[in-house]
Design a protein around this ligand. Structure first.
Ligand code: NAD
Length: 496
C-alpha cells in the first residue's frame, strides 16, 4: 500500500515546461481506485489553455537545449531514464495497479520491461542515418536527412498507461522530438509519477510535459496547430475523432486501436497448450487488452474437449485484490467499463446466447468484478459480443471445419490487430499466418510484444506501427538535399 493512501486523497500537479502546476483555471478531477470503488487521488483537470502552455514549452525545448543535443547525448539521457524506471518499478506498478485495478504483478512485469524500450531506442538514436542517392546527373550530390518531426502529442488509454506511453516516447525521444502527454482521465497518476523521473535523469525542461484531463484536453491536443504528430492508443471511435481533428492541420498520426482477435485452434494442436493460450489471451488483464484473443475459433472435431478444458480453468480463476500475489483476475478498471460490459452481457442473454460459464457480475466481490465468461456462439455468429470489442473477460466461441473456413471467419471482422494459431504443423501454421489479416500473428503462443518487433493493426485496428526500428521513421520527416557541384548557369525554364 502507498504511504499516501493511508492519509486520504493524494494531490498531484501536472508538469509543464519543467514546473509542477495546477490547471490554469484551477479545476481538479479525481481518480478512482476500482478495487475499492473509492477516489484516491486528485489531479488537475487540464483544458485548452494548459494544452497551449504545454505545446509552447515543448516547442521551446525543441528549439533550445534539447534540439542542440547530439543524438548520442539524447541516447545517454534515455538510458539514465531507463535505469530510473527500473529502480522505481515497484512504486510505478503499485500506483498503476491502484489506479486501474490490474494485477500488481502484471503492472510490475510491465514496469520492469519498459526500460528495454528506452535502451533499444537509445541505441538507435545515433543510427538514424539518411542515404546518399546516386544521381543521374553528374553535377549533383543528393542525400536525405531524417529530421525530428517536432512536437508530439501522446494520448494514452487506461489499461497499460506507462508501457503504452513508452511505445511512443522512446522512438520520439530517439528521433529528437519533444512531447506533450495526455493520459486517460481514469488513470492519470502513473504518468505523473513517471514524469518525476525526467528531471532526475537530467532532461532539459519542456522535453516531456503532461496535461491531465478528460476528452476535452485530448481534443485540444489533437487539433492543436502546434502539434506535428499525434501518437494515439485507444478505442476506434476516439481514434476516428483524433484523425478528423488532425486533418485540419495535416497532423501526422499513428493510431493503435482496438481489436477482435481470433485464437484459431486446429485439431492437431497440443490442446493443453492451446487451452492455456486461450485463457491467457482473453482472461489475462481481465480481458482489458487491445490484443485480447476474444474470439476462439476451434475445429469442430476438438470443440468439446477444448471447451471443457477452457471452461474448467475459467471457473477456477482466482479473483480478488489486485495487489495480492494469489489473484489471477482483478476488477474492471473503471465504472463505465464495468457498466459497458454488463450491458453487453445482458444484451447477449436477451439475444439467446448460450453462456457456457460466467455471464454476470461476480456475486462474491464488491467493486467492478465480472465473472470469466464463455459464450458458445457457434450457432449465433452475429451476436454483438462476437462482432464488437468487449474489452472485458468475455470469450466468444466459433467453430470451423476446414482451414479455408477458419481463415474466412478469422478475417470476418473490421479489426485486424492480432491472431493466435494453434497447430503442430509448421506448414499449416505459417500458411494460415500469411492469410490472416492482422498486424501480429503468434503461432503456438499469445500476447508477446518486444521493443524491436513492429506492433499495430490492419483495418479499424489502426494506422502505422509502433516498436521496431522503423517506428523512429514515424517521428521524423524526410528531407532531400540537392547540391549543384559546378556552379554552371542553367536555363531558368527547363526542369531537371
Ligand atoms: P478511449 O478511446 O476512450 O480513450 C483513449 C484516450 O483518448 C484517453 O486519454 C481519452 O481521454 C482520450 N480522448 C477521449 N476523447 C478524445 C477526443 N475527442 N480527442 C482526443 N482524445 C480523446 O480508450 P480507452 O477506453 O481509454 O482504452 C480502451 C481502448 O484502447 C480499447 O478500444 C483498446 O482496444 C484500445 N487499446 C489499444 C491498444 C493498441 O495498442 N492497439 C492498446 C491498449 C488499448
Amino acid at each position: 500500500m502507498l504511504d499516501e493512501q493511508r492519509t486520504g486523497l493524494v494531490d498531484y500537479q501536472m508538469l509543464i515546461g519543467g514546473e509542477w502546476v495546477e490547471a490554469a483555471d484551477g479545476s481538479k478531477m479525481k481518480s478512482e481506485n476500482p478495487y475499492k470503488g473509492t477516489d484516491w487521488a486528485s489531479v488537475p483537470d487540464g483544458a485548452e489553455a494548459d494544452v497551449d502552455a504545454a505545446v509552447a514549452a515543448a516547442r521551446s525545448a525543441l528549439n533550445g537545449e534539447w534540439g542542440a543535443l547530439s543524438a548520442r547525448d539524447r541516447g545517454k539521457l534515455m538510458r539514465r531514464l531507463g535505469d530510473l524506471i527500473a529502480e522505481r518499478a515497484e512504486h510505478l506498478a503499485s500506483v498503476e495497479s491502484t489506479d486501474n485495478g490490474k494485477l500488481y504483478k502484471e503492472m510490475l512485469a510491465q514496469a520492469k520491461y519498459l526500460p528495454e524500450w528506452l535502451y533499444y531506442f537509445a541505441g538507435a538514436a545515433d543510427k538514424i542515418g539518411g542515404d546518399v542517392i546516386p544521381s543521374e546527373r553528374p553535377n549533383f550530390h543528393i542525400y536525405t536527412r531524417h529530421e525530428p518531426i517536432g512536437v508530439v502529442g501522446a494520448i494514452t488509454p487506461w489499461n497499460s498507461p506507462i508501457l503504452l506511453l513508452g511505445f511512443k516516447l522512446a522512438p520520439a525521444l530517439a528521433a529528437g522530438c519533444t512531447l506533450v502527454v495526455k493520459p486517460s482521465e481514469h488513470t492519470p497518476v502513473s504518468t505523473l509519477e513517471f514524469a518525476k523521473l525526467f528531471e532526475e535523469a537530467g532532461f532539459p525542461p519542456g522535453v516531456f510535459n503532461v496535461v491531465t484531463g478528460g476528452p476535452a484536453a485530448g481534443a485540444a491536443l489533437s487539433s492543436h496547430p502546434g502539434i506535428n504528430k499525434i501518437g494515439f492508443t485507444g478505442s476506434d471511435a476516439t481514434g476516428r475523432k483524433v484523425l478528423q481533428a488532425g486533418a485540419e492541420n495535416f497532423t501526422r498520426v499513428t493510431l493503435e486501436l482496438g481489436g477482435k482477435s481470433p485464437n484459431i485452434v486446429f485439431d492437431d494442436a497440443d490442446l493443453e497448450a492451446a487451452a492455456n493460450g486461450v485463457i491467457a489471451g482473453v482472461f489475462g488483464a481481465t480481458g482489458q487488452t487491445c490484443m485480447a484473443g476474444s474470439r476462439l475459433l476451434v475445429q469442430k472435431s476438438v470443440k468439446e474437449e477444448l471447451l471443457q478444458r477452457v471452461a474448467k480453468r475459467a471457473r477456477t480463476i482466482v479473483m480478488g485484490d489486485p495487489m495480492s500475489a494469489e489473484t489471477e483476475m482483478g476488477p474492471m478498471a473503471t465504472r463505465p467499463q464495468f457498466e459497458k460490459v454488463m450491458g453487453m452481457l445482458a444484451r447477449a442473454r436477451d439475444a439467446g446466447a448460450e453462456i457456457v460459464t460466467g455471464g454476470d457480475a461476480s456475486p462474491n466481490h464488491d467493486g467492478f468484478f465480472i465473472q470469466p465468461t464463455i459464450v458458445d456462439a457457434s450457432e449465433n455468429t452475429d451476436l454483438e459480443v462476437v462482432r464488437d470489442e468487449v474489452f472485458g473477460p468475455v470469450l466468444s466461441v466459433l467453430t470451423f471445419e476446414t482451414e479455408e473456413e477458419a481463415i474466412e471467419i478469422a478475417n470476418d471482422t473490421r479489426f485486424g490487430l492480432a491472431a493466435g494459431i494453434w497447430t503442430q504443423s509448421g506448414q499449416r501454421g505459417t500458411r494460415v499466418a500469411h492469410k490472416v489479416r492482422a498486424g501480429t500473428v503468434w503461432i503456438n503462443a499469445y500476447r508477446v510484444v518486444a521493443p524491436n518487433v513492429p506492433f499495430g493493426g490492419f483495418g479499424h485496428s489502426g494506422i502505422g506501427r509502433e516498436n521496431g526500428f522503423d517506428a523512429i521513421r514515424a517521428y521524423t520527416e524526410t528531407k532531400s538535399v540537392w547540391t549543384e557541384l559546378t556552379g554552371a548557369t542553367r536555363d531558368p525554364f527547363s526542369i531537371g
